[in-house]
Design a protein around this ligand. Structure first.
Ligand code: HEC
Length: 188
C-alpha cells in the first residue's frame, strides 16, 4: 500500500517535472520567435528614423512594410509556429486585431504596469486548445511617441490618417502598454 503510494507520488512528481520542462522549452522557443520579429522591425525602424528624424519616412516605411516583415519572419519559422503583434488600441485593423485571449493578457499587463510589477522579463503563457501562446509586453518608449503619442506633428498625423483611417493607436504615454508580440506554438 505504502510502496504503491510512493510510486504514484513519484510518478506524479516526475510527470509534473516533465510538463514543466516542456513548458520551459516552449517558452524559450516562443521568446526566440518574438525576438526575431522584434529585432527585424526595430532594425528597420531605427535606420529610417536616423535618416529622417521627423518620423515621416519611417512611417511611410512602416505603413508599407510592417506586415510584409512580419510575413517574412513567419516564413522562417517551423510550420507549427507563428508570431504577430497586437494591441488594445490598434492602428492596423486589417491584421493586428486582438482576440478575447489577447485582450485578457493585455489587461493583465496594464494592471501589472499600474502596480509596478511588470519588468523586462515579464512573459505570459496561455494555452488555447492545442496551441501555447507566449506573450511579451511592448511598453511605450519615448521614440514611439512620434507616431503613437499625444501631440503628433501635423504631417505625421495626416500621413497616419490617410493610411489608417480607423487608427486608434495614439494618445499613449511613455511607460504605458503599447501592445504585445505573441508567439503561437501548436502542439507538434
Ligand atoms: C514612425 C512611426 C512609428 C513609430 C516611431 C512607432 N510606430 Fe508603432 N506603428 C506604426 C505604424 C504605421 C503601425 C501600423 C503598422 C502595420 O501596418 O502593421 C504601427 C503599429 C504598431 C503595433 C501593432 C499594433 C497596431 O496598432 O497595429 C505595435 C504593437 C506598435 N506599433 C508598437 C510600437 C512601439 C512599442 C514603438 C516604439 C518602440 C512604435 N510602435 C513606434 C508607426 C510607428
Amino acid at each position: 500500500m505504502r510502496r504503491s503510494f510512493i510510486a504514484v507520488a513519484a510518478l506524479a512528481a516526475f510527470s509534473m517535472t516533465l510538463h514543466a520542462a516542456d513548458m520551459d522549452s516552449t517558452k524559450a522557443e516562443g521568446i526566440k520567435y518574438i525576438k526575431m520579429l522584434g529585432k527585424a522591425l526595430k532594425t528597420e525602424m531605427k535606420a529610417h528614423m536616423k535618416k529622417d528624424p521627423s518620423g515621416l519616412e519611417a512611417l511611410a516605411f512602416c505603413s508599407g512594410s510592417a506586415d510584409k516583415i512580419t510575413n517574412e519572419v513567419n516564413a522562417k519559422l517551423p510550420e507549427y509556429a507563428k508570431v504577430r503583434r497586437t494591441a488594445l488600441k490598434v492602428r492596423n485593423d486589417k491584421v493586428n486585431v486582438p482576440d478575447a485571449t489577447d485582450k485578457k493578457v493585455m489587461e493583465k499587463f496594464e494592471q501589472e504596469i499600474a502596480q509596478k510589477k511588470l519588468n523586462k522579463k515579464t512573459i505570459e503563457i496561455v494555452k488555447v486548445g492545442d496551441t501555447t501562446r507566449v506573450y511579451k509586453p511592448l511598453v511605450t518608449k519615448k521614440v514611439c511617441l512620434k507616431c503613437h503619442g499625444t501631440n503628433l506633428s501635423p504631417k505625421i498625423a495626416e500621413a497616419i490618417k490617410s493610411a489608417y483611417p480607423n487608427d486608434k493607436a495614439t494618445g499613449f504615454k511613455e511607460g504605458s502598454l503599447r501592445g504585445v508580440i505573441v508567439a503561437e506554438i501548436k502542439k507538434h
